[in-house]
Design a protein around this ligand. Sequence first.
Ligand SMILES: Cc1cc2nc3c(=O)[nH]c(=O)nc-3n(C[C@H](O)[C@H](O)[C@H](O)COP(=O)(O)OP(=O)(O)OC[C@H]3O[C@@H](n4cnc5c(N)ncnc54)[C@H](O)[C@@H]3O)c2cc1C
Length: 409
Amino acid sequence: VAQVVVIVGAGQAGGQAAAALRHEQFAGRIVVLGEEAHPPYQRPPLSKALLLGKTQAADTAWRPPAFYADNSIELRLGARADRIDREAAEIALEDGTRIPYDHLVLATGTRPRRIDVPGAGDRRILYLRTLDDSARLAAEIGSARRVVVVGGGFIGLEVAASARQLGCAVTVVEALPRLMARSVAKATSAAFRTLHETEGTRIELSTAVKRFESSETGLDVVTGAGTIEADLVLVGIGAEANDELATAAGLATARGILVDEQCRTADPRIFAVGDCAVVTDEAGFGVRLESVQNAVDQGRAVAAAIAGREPAPLPVPWFWSDQYGAKLQIAGLAGADDDEIVRGDPGSGRFSVFRYSGNTLRGVDSVSSTSDHMVARRLLGSGISPDPRLIADPRTDLKKLVAMVARPS
Ligand SMILES: Cc1cc2nc3c(=O)[nH]c(=O)nc-3n(C[C@H](O)[C@H](O)[C@H](O)COP(=O)(O)OP(=O)(O)OC[C@H]3O[C@@H](n4cnc5c(N)ncnc54)[C@H](O)[C@@H]3O)c2cc1C
């Protein structure tokens, strides 16, 4: 009897899991349930090219429309999964339909964290996660003169750069003392602050929003440091995992669905992948990543696991963000207090920051230095940390270094 895999979530990870199952020669039935009206699409352009009008919504499609039928993937759109019945091994949709499964893959992603202050329900306050959110934001930015971005993380800064390039006056309000503080080195934060300020954006750090108030001429964003008047506010203060289905079904969750390195929950039939999954190691340390790379690699890993093949070990995490002309690429997972070794001149717009904990290389931020980023991924992937003094020495040729490290002994 052919097996049935049901995938909840028609996003980057869900689509990848379905495609990878066929790649693994899985011959059973694959059903992908997507709450949104759109087939799987890529979210990175939503805050960048799409807002700038450099690409169209149709170009964000993850695969051509015929891909699903060609690969016998049943894509059900506008279909929200409501409940998992683990005893019957069935998933119940909001419309009452029940679909039995042999394996269930939860790929439900995240939703934007809402700001919880007085006045937050104003219709001029927007969030960005979906294609529909991006279309609305693009339409409203078109008629806005003054944009306030709450949150100096990736999405906030990308939208700030887009709004500025569209001619808006832009202010970014960030509660922490530096930009992208959870993810990048201090030197990287400082360089991006300079970049945005040079482009004419006001950056307010260590500043929290207290409330929003409607005025005669706009929307007042009241912060601890004063009031900023806006026509439009974009809130980008992080994301929350869509883990309610799993929680209600009695699976372990902690700001995401807990899985092992092969994306398995404690129920052998149920897996979780992508932004909604927290990979927990044997010591109980959990990591939830929000990146295209992670969604793609976990989609492949889960397909291998379902096909009964030992999945390849998960690769080094990496991520990118485009702001103005600067391409930020991050490899590995470093801590906020790790030591920083800067190579290149941040003032030139091309540099990398190697982040060490003691003598262990944990992560590298590269700005418009893709060759450094590739070297970083190889170094981190090999688990070998070059002596920090070598990295600090500008005469060290990184490509030669990695060739030496990679050479079999
Ligand atoms: C604006 C923006 C810009 C980004 N830029 C970058 C970038 O430059 N680089 C990078 O690496 N990453 C970027 N990311 C992150 C990246 O897009 C995500 O990590 C990736 O989309 C995660 O894929 P996913 O499949 O886990 O989640 P998603 O792509 O969010 O897909 C989850 C899907 O599941 C659906 N769903 C949820 N619950 C249910 C349910 N009960 N029933 C049915 N369907 C359900 C949701 O509607 C959604 O469509 C960006 C994200 C955003 C929002």
